[in-house]
Design a protein around this ligand. Structure first.
Ligand code: GAP
Length: 491
C-alpha cells in the first residue's frame, strides 16, 4: 500500500494538490487542486452526477446556496448537537478531540529508563514501565484539560452589521439544502415516491483535528442524495425504507468498483446503536483501506422522517406527501447516501498507484479508470525539430480536445514523456512520427497513421489519425484495450 507521504509528494510534483496559501506558510487543513487535480475532481463529480442523477428516472438534481436561514441549523439539530469533545494541552497548547486520543501514537518520557523519550504506538502501553498514556500525546509533558463541547459550524454574519441577529453559518453538510427544498421539488417536478434529490457542493466544518492530507479538512465537497420513501409501502415483503437502504448500499459499493477501486480495499461498517447519529435508524459506512488504515469513505444512513418533521415544526409548513392510494398525507422516510468528493479522490488516487519494474527500471503509474484520468490523451511529437510533425501533433490535440481532455507535450525525449504520462495516469498517448507526415527529401510519402500507446499494457498500435476520435470514443467509453487493439491492428 502506498504511503500518504508518497501521495502528497506526487500530488505536489505533478500538479494535483497544493497546500493552500503556501507562499504565506500555508493554511491549516486547506488544500488547492492544481491543473490535474481539478480535472480528476471534476470527472469524479461528472460521472457521479451522470450515473446517480441524470441516468436514473427516480432522481433529480439541486444546487442550493451555502448560506441558509439560521433557523435551518436549529431545526436540523446542528446548533445544539453538531459538536465534538475537545481537550487542550496545558504545556504545548495543542488541541485534540477527546474521543480520538486513544487512536494516536503518544510521546512518553519513561521513568523506568531514566526519562528516555519514546513514541509508543496507539493503544499500546510502554514496554518498559507498562504505563498507559495520561499526558499530552504530542509533547508527553502537559496535563490535558477536561473535555469541552466544541461546535464544528463556521459562524459568519449576514449583512454589514456584526450583531447576534445577523449570525449565520457556512453549511456543514449539503443535505439540509435538499430537505428545505423538498416541497419545491415535489410540486415543480410532480414526483411520486420513491424519488431522490442529488446535490454536489461545498461544506465547511471547523474540525478540531483536521489532517491526513485531503482526508479530513475544514472545507470540502460532498455528493449527497436524499432518497424519499413512503414509510407505509413494502417492497418484497419488507418496509420500503429498509429495502431502499440495502439497494443504495449495493449501488454505492458497485459504483466505486465500476470506476476501478479494488474489492479488497472496500468494506462495509455497520454502526452500532451507540454510534448512530440522533436522526438515524441504521447507518452503514463504506470504508476504504486508506494509507492511514480502514476509514470512512462515505455513509449511507436511514434518516427516517426526522429532518422533514423538524423543518415542518420550525417553519410551520407541512412537509408531507399525499398518498393517492391510501388517501392520506405521509412524511416520507429518507435514505441518505453521502460521499465526500475529496475522500473519493484520495481513494481513487491511492487505489490507482502502482510501482512496477519495467526493463530494470522503476515505473510509477496511476492506473485510473479511463473516464476519471485527468488527462485522457497526450499527444507527443517524436521529433520536436520537425515543424510538420509538431504542426500535425498540435492539430490532432486540437481535434481530440473537442471530445476528451487532451494535452500536447514535447519537453523531453519520448521515453521520458511516456513515463511522465504514466505517473499522472494518462491512459493513452498518441505519437506523431516521420511516417505520419512523410519525408520529401527521401521521397517517402505520408501514411497519415499515428501510434497509440496503452498505459497499462504499454502495447502500441498504429491507426489512421482520422480514426482517433472514434477509437478513443470506444476506449474511454468502456471497451477494453484488448478488444479495440485486436480490431484496429497491432504494430
Ligand atoms: N449529510 C450527512 C453527512 O454529512 P457525514 O458522515 O458527516 O454525513 C459524509 O459526511 C461524508 O462527507 C463523509 O463520509 C466524508 O466522505 C465526507 N466528509 C465529512 N467530513 C469531512 C471532512 N472534514 N473532510 C473531508 N471530507 C469529509
Amino acid at each position: 500500500m502506498v504511503t500518504m507521504e508518497t501521495l502528497v509528494s506526487l500530488c505536489k510534483r505533478r500538479g494535483f494538490v497544493f497546500q493552500s496559501s503556501e507562499i504565506y506558510g500555508g493554511t491549516g487543513s486547506c488544500w488547492d487542486y492544481g491543473p490535474l487535480g481539478v480535472e480528476l475532481k471534476n470527472k469524479i463529480k461528472r460521472v457521479w452526477w451522470r450515473d446517480f442523477v441524470q441516468q436514473r428516472a427516480d432522481m433529480v438534481g439541486l444546487d442550493a446556496s451555502i448560506l441558509m436561514h439560521p433557523t435551518v441549523w436549529k431545526a436540523s439539530g446542528h446548533v445544539d448537537h453538531f459538536t465534538d469533545p475537545m481537550v487542550d494541552c496545558l504545556e504545548c497548547r495543542h488541541r485534540f478531540r477527546a474521543d480520538q486520543l486513544d487512536e494516536m501514537p503518544w510521546v512518553h518520557f519513561c521513568p523506568a529508563t531514566k526519562g528516555n523519550k519514546f513514541t509508543i504506538p496507539a493503544e499500546e502501553t510502554c514496554p518498559h514501565c507498562h504505563e498507559r498514556r495520561t499526558l499530552c500525546p504530542d509533547c508527553g509533558k502537559g496535563e490535558l484539560t477536561p473535555p469541552r463541547q466544541f461546535n464544528l459550524m463556521f459562524k459568519t454574519f449576514m449583512g454589514p452589521v456584526e450583531e447576534d441577529a445577523a449570525v449565520t453559518y457556512l453549511r456543514p453538510e449539503t443535505a439540509q439544502g435538499i430537505f428545505v427544498n423538498f416541497e419545491n421539488v415535489l410540486q415543480s417536478m410532480r414526483r411520486k415516491l420513491p424519488f431522490g434529490i442529488g446535490q454536489i457542493g461545498k461544506a465547511f466544518r471547523n474540525e478540531i483535528t483536521p489532517g491526513n492530507f485531503i482526508f479530513r479538512t475544514r472545507e470540502f465537497e460532498q455528493m449527497e442524495i436524499e432518497y424519499f420513501v413512503n414509510p407505509h409501502d413494502t417492497v418484497e415483503g419488507r418496509p420500503a425504507d429498509e429495502h431502499w437502504h440495502d439497494r443504495w448500499i449495493e449501488d454505492c459499493l458497485a459504483w466505486f468498483r465500476r470506476y476501478g477501486v479494488q474489492a479488497e480495499n472496500l468494506r462495509l461498517h455497520e454502526h452500532e446503536r451507540a454510534e448512530l447519529a440522533h436522526y438515524s435508524k441504521r447507518t452503514a459506512d463504506l470504508q476504504y483501506r486508506f494509507p492511514i488504515g480502514w476509514s470512512e469513505l462515505m455513509g449511507i444512513a436511514n434518516r427516517t422522517d426526522f429532518d422533514l418533521k423538524q423543518h415542518a415544526k420550525w417553519s410551520g409548513k407541512a412537509l408531507t406527501y399525499f398518498d393517492e392510494e391510501r388517501k392520506e398525507h405521509v412524511v416520507p422516510f429518507v435514505i441518505e447516501p453521502s460521499a465526500g468528493v475529496d475522500r473519493a479522490l484520495l481513494a481513487f488516487l491511492a487505489d490507482a498507484y502502482r510501482e512496477e519494474e519495467v526493463r530494470g527500471e522503476k515505473r510509477v503509474v496511476l492506473r485510473f479508470h479511463p473516464e476519471l484520468a485527468p488527462v485522457s490523451v497526450a499527444v507527443l511529437p517524436l521529433l520536436k525539430k520537425r515543424d510538420d510533425i509538431v504542426r500535425t501533433a498540435h492539430a490532432i490535440r486540437d481535434e481530440l480536445s473537442r471530445h476528451f481532455t487532451a494535452v500536447y507535450d514535447d519537453t523531453a525525449a519520448i521515453g521520458r514523456l511516456y513515463r511522465r504520462q504514466d505517473e499522472v495516469g494518462t491512459p493513452y498517448c498518441v505519437t506523431v512520427d516521420v511516417q505520419t507526415v512523410g519525408d520529401t527529401d527521401r521521397g517517402e510519402a505520408a501514411d497519415g497513421k499515428v501510434t497509440i500507446r496503452d498505459r497499462d499494457s504499454m502495447e502500441q498500435i498504429r491507426v489512421e489519425a482520422s480514426q482517433l476520435v472514434a477509437v478513443f470514443g470506444e476506449l474511454i467509453g468502456g471497451k477494453s484495450w484488448a478488444e479495440v487493439s485486436a480490431r484496429v491492428g497491432r504494430s
